[in-house]
Design a protein around this ligand. Sequence first.
Ligand SMILES: [Zn+2]
Length: 447
Amino acid sequence: MSDFFNEFDTIPSQKLREIQNERLRALVDRCYREVPYYQDLFDKNGIKPKHIQTTEDLTILPFTEKKDLRVLYPYGLLGVPLDRIHRFAASSGTTGVPTLVGFTRRDWMETLREQMGRIFTGMGFRRNDLIYQCAGYGLFMGGPGMDAGAEAIGAIIFPAGPGRTLAAIQYLKDLGFQAISTTPSFVSYLVDVAQKNGINPKKDWKLRTSHIGGEPAAPALRRRVETLMPEEFEWHEGYGITELGGPTVGHSCQFSRESCELHILADHYFVEVIDPATGKRLEPGQEGELVVTTLTREATPLIRWRTRDLSALSENPFGCPCGRAAHPRIQRITGRTDDVLKVRSTLVFPSQIEEILNSTPGIGDGWQIVIDRPRESLDKLTVHTEVQPDIWQDMSQKKAIEEKIGQGVYGRLGMNVEVVLHPPGSLPRYEGKAKRVLDHREFEGGH
Ligand SMILES: [Zn+2]
């Protein structure tokens, strides 16, 4: 079977730019006519739809943010009348009012299916593959997105959903699944639980490929999982969020997966990377916030949506040997703008701590940052990390690792931190998104 789902994967760059601009003009026109929010936004800024002819012109438009969607709850951003909606999804709404995302029949039956078919194909999923599907269902788009991908390519879905780890490790052995869709933390947890229960994933499972997504994946965790999985297993990552239509935005290919880079489906999404503080567009290779414009969604169309996800355009975003030359690549997602912490007036990106841990030999998978505000004292940052079993047994090596991490953090952030080592597998594991930062300051009078 071909490595491509349809002709859009290998579309020439010039043609793709034409399609993007054509779709952008149609989107802007429609938003101005049908969505009062966008009409007001354009009018307030003295912008007419005719001012937006190409993706370069987008920079004159303000961003749309999560707080805007909350104000528009429930139907303010639908883009089509309610009777044209086929289905709803909603983001988890952990911080207040949920955001409601609509799908027309076309969004659901055609666009979602095509996007996921292309993403699965790019990740090496094939017709008749048996997929162990761990993403959640309900209002969450993870599960339904994976189902759509399987339908598109003719694969067989096993909609297990999250959790039920002991059943999962047995199913993976008994049914001989070729593919799995899950999060980085859950796949790592699965291999650990399998080993503790007498199942050797390398020999007892038949997994050949994967769709891993939903949270940033540490390279060290990925490498460890790969060494424990069957020889031919490929770790592939996908990217998307509910507000943009599901896990539909990007994916790794055979050539980009080693460097953890992801192709954007650029005929569906136009991606910019901005400085989260100034809003200015950044150059390839510069880390900032991903901003996405949906070029094909009918319901809940979004112009310059601030994702809060941190990434960068690849140093050379175009021209991948896989043939998806026109679809730019982004670097791996390292975290969220919300995760950026202010500790003793220094900005700390959790990914900076993660990089220091990854470059320290002997470190395990689990890690966490804890911030406290001791009484009458400065904020205190503690790095908790697991170490490998041989290190845990050896007092002198433990001491050396603590010092190395402490010096690494001081070198990078100019801040003294406490480092606490833990035995392998002892820090909390998460079935969904891993919680890397525990900020205790908010319970002690705020900051
Ligand atoms: Zn590629």
